[in-house]
Ligand binder design. Sequence first.
Ligand code: SF4
Ligand code: SF4
Length: 114
Amino acid sequence: MNKKEKEIKELVSRLDEIFNPLNKEVCATCKINCCKECSKTMAFLPFNKSDFFLELKERYGFNKRKGFILKDGCRLPREFRSFVCISFMCFKLKGFDHIEAYRISNRLYDLRGY
Ligand code: SF4
Ligand code: SF4
């Protein structure tokens, strides 16, 4: 693993630490469903015609109607989610350091470019 990959892994793991409990607790019962455009927008990923995106679709299962969303959350690992998905922090998610979370998502954008 090179230096860049190692940093991406650390950043994603920190986002998982912050958001996994909140996603489980708050998103599981949310009626707003901020992921409803997943399929229409191709998960907000800018390379939706690339081989990499086709591989993600196949590996994690992309539903034509629902995209990557399942009843209990997104099936795409956070490391592959778009900047839109990792930087969206809705008003219902509380009790975490927003500045830290924005710093991490911006750094991920700098490193991955999406
Ligand atoms: S992030 Fe917010 S809007 Fe989206 S599912 Fe969770 S609680 Fe609902
Ligand atoms: S978080 Fe997952 S399910 Fe939601 S829009 Fe992004 S890729 Fe789709």
